[in-house]
Ligand binder design. Structure first.
Ligand code: GLU
Length: 305
């Protein structure tokens, strides 16, 4: 029997000195205001228990954590056809890099770098007249929480400064790898990045991945078992920027991080966990959040390895 409350309390104390060491993302002006003192963590078990500590109920900007959910949507809509337009290898370059896209003829290395997520969003746009609402409905379904919404101030802030993402979208269009107008794709992309969710909501939204593709509370099939494996494999190999090796080594769970300081990680058949601490390390992952997950797998003695 794992003592989750005791372990979370130990993690909470251990990360306090680290909170000041990370750097809050400020390239999206609206994110720069967040206090680096925040720390929350929620573990939702497949058995139905929820364990929380710190600011686990406070909403934060999930940013690229949402890419695990949009990839899931695209997989439901297009199945393996998505791999004609996006790869599934780690990029070894920055998440917003343009260079590789030129060399590789407009096919992004994976769905989690920005170029790949823009192509994924384009796929979703081609299926829904109101793709932003479709993303919102889907994330609400996954988390079982109707209270999830976009933070339009964050979306607007990124829209007015996101020149590099705009460059990526127009570049993709020039290669014929976007079906919709780049501005439409960017608008939907900035919105899904701006989703405001708590650690509890993100952990719950990840539960279908911990449960072989099904929502544990009603058995609804979100993905097939194999497709759930694909998403987790992508998280493991491409989900934490240029630190996937270090993250696998230290944490040993598939994870997806975002520059808002959130990380979703999955222990198949056991739990889904979300940690949030806004201070980032040099690779763009939450510094204290990564340490917290490392401690979680160490203290519980469970990881996928
Ligand atoms: N919206 C952010 C961007 O495109 C997401 C970055 C991230 O969390 O990785 O720059």
């Amino acid at each position: 029997m794992i003592d989750y409350p005791g372990i979370l309390a130990e993690i909470y104390d251990a990360v306090q000195p680290l909170l000041a060491q990370g750097k809050v993302a400020d390239y999206i002006p609206e994110l720069a205001h967040i206090s680096p003192d925040k720390f929350g963590m929620a573990v939702q078990t497949v058995g139905g228990e929820l364990y929380c500590i710190g600011d686990a109920a406070e909403k934060f900007s999930v940013q690229s954590v949402s890419k695990a959910f949009t990839l899931t949507m695209a997989m439901r809509l297009e199945g393996d056809a998505i791999w004609r337009r996006v790869g599934r290898e780690p990029s070894g370059t920055a998440f917003n890099s343009l260079v590789q896209l030129e060399y590789e003829n407009g096919i992004p290395r994976n769905p989690f770098i920005n170029a790949g997520a823009l192509v994924v969003m384009d796929m979703i746009l081609s299926h829904y007249p109101d793709a932003k609402q479709a993303v919102l409905d889907f994330v609400r379904l996954l988390s079982g929480s109707e209270g999830i919404g976009f933070d339009t101030a964050v979306a607007q802030s990124e829209k007015s400064t996101g020149y590099r993402n705009a460059a990526l979208a127009y570049f993709l269009k020039s290669f014929g790898n976007l079906q919709n107008h780049p501005e439409e794709v960017l608008d939907a992309y900035f919105h899904h990045c701006s989703l405001a969710m708590s650690c509890v909501e993100v952990a719950q939204a990840g539960m279908f991945l911990a449960n072989d593709g099904r929502l544990p509370w009603d058995g609804q099939v979100i993905l097939s078992r194999s497709q759930a494996k694909y998403v987790k494999a992508l998280m493991q190999t491409c989900g934490t920027y240029d630190a996937v090796g270090d993250f696998a080594y230290r944490v040993g769970l598939p994870g997806k991080s975002g520059v808002g300081g959130g990380i979703l990680a999955i222990m198949p058949d056991v739990f889904s966990v979300c940690v949030w601490s806004p201070g980032l390390n040099a690779q763009g992952n939450s510094l204290a959040g990564t340490k917290a997950l490392e401690l979680l797998t160490t203290l519980t003695a469970i990881s996928i390895f």
